[in-house]
Design a protein around this ligand. Structure first.
Ligand code: APR
Length: 309
């Protein structure tokens, strides 16, 4: 258990995430921080009072001040605006760069040794902003996207195959957007290659629905974007670190030569444990998968190039 984990942003994703972190008893104290007065305080008090029912002793504290976050071992960054119908994640870039930059400066000041898991979108670009502003090493700044994209992919596969989602192993790599790369060659059901269980046309439809998974939810919600599965995914990453599980999960990581790419954040298989991002695993990719990953990297790089810090 950590001593203190701070969730920045008490909106849909942040508040849900704080609740999951408390329910999993990942820290003695969970700080929920937002610029809106009263919102983090009210939500935190409400979440804390679920403790006796859910069986956790984690104290959930709401605040508008970074003083309360001082000394946190981990920050979960969810501050920023969410998508509305017709918007891509990249449309959020101007507003969210300013927000994530401001938050990163505050984190650096109050918790220079902390680990930061970024959730704000466009994810790969926000990870880059966080790293640039804090100057933290890559093992302490990484992002949540692949776990969510993989969860969507596994959900749709489980439904189509009528099997438990728990038995589906898969990886979705690349940027968190329409160019993401679900790896069909590494998708198995208890070790059985998925291509032996499903025809290619059905698989292609599922891959397409996965790529557009976030947009499908935005088009229903109209006033915001997904938050239950994103919060669950970020909580799983936090849990892997707090419990030093050495889990292999797809995360947005800063690449320094891996996959032939450098100075860019992109979704790749990572090992998560006590040390944060403890390693990046380079897997063999087919020619098509390599090309798709390169295309995804180009698209992330294009957006990064537009950012002025
Ligand atoms: N510091 C702290 N909190 C901030 C700041 C800031 N500088 N700027 C904005 N916020 C807060 C807002 O006040 C709001 O409460 O961030 C919260 C965002 O909450 P929502 O609007 O509900 O958005 P949410 O659905 O939680 O998405 C947050 O996560 O998944 C991504 O794309 C999503 O970028 C978006 C982020």
């Amino acid at each position: 258990m950590m001593r203190k984990i701070t969730v920045v942003g008490a909106g849909h994703v942040g508040a849900t995430l704080a609740q999951r972190v408390a329910e999993k008893s990942l820290a003695r104290e969970v700080v929920l921080l937002d610029i809106l007065e009263g919102i983090p305080q009210g939500k935190a008090l409400d979440e804390w009072q679920a403790g006796p029912v859910e069986g956790f002793d984690t104290r959930v504290v709401g605040t508008n001040s970074y003083g309360a976050a001082a000394g946190s071992e981990m920050f979960l960054m969810t501050a920023g605006i969410a998508r509305k119908p017709g918007m891509s994640r990249d449309d959020l870039v101007r507003t969210n760069v300013d927000i994530v930059k401001a938050v990163s400066q505050e984190i650096k000041a109050v918790a220079p040794n902390a680990m930061i898991i970024v959730v704000s979108n466009p994810l790969d670009v926000m990870c880059w902003v966080t790293k640039e502003v804090t100057g933290f090493p890559r093992d302490r700044v990484f992002g949540m996207a692949g776990v969510l994209d993989t969860a969507r992919y596994r959900t749709f596969l489980g439904e189509a195959l009528n099997v438990s989602v728990e038995d589906i192993q898969a990886m979705v790599l690349g940027g968190h957007g329409d160019t993401m790369v679900p790896l069909i060659s590494y998708t198995t059901v208890s070790g059985i290659p998925v291509t032996q269980l499903m025809d290619r046309a059905t698989l292609d439809k599922i891959v397409d629905r996965t790529r557009k998974g976030g947009g499908e939810i935005v088009s229903y919600l109209k006033t915001g974007s997904a938050y239950y599965a994103p919060a669950a995914a970020a909580a799983q990453m936090a849990e892997a670190i707090v419990l030093d599980k050495k889990r292999i999960l797809p995360c947005a990581a800063y690449l320094q030569g891996e996959y032939g790419l450098s100075d860019i954040y992109l979704g790749v298989p990572c090992k998560l444990g006590q040390g944060g991002l403890e390693g990046i695993i380079e897997v063999e990719l087919s020619k098509d998968e390599k090309a798709a990953l390169k295309k995804s990297a180009d698209s992330v790089k294009e957006t990064i190039d537009l950012v002025k810090l």
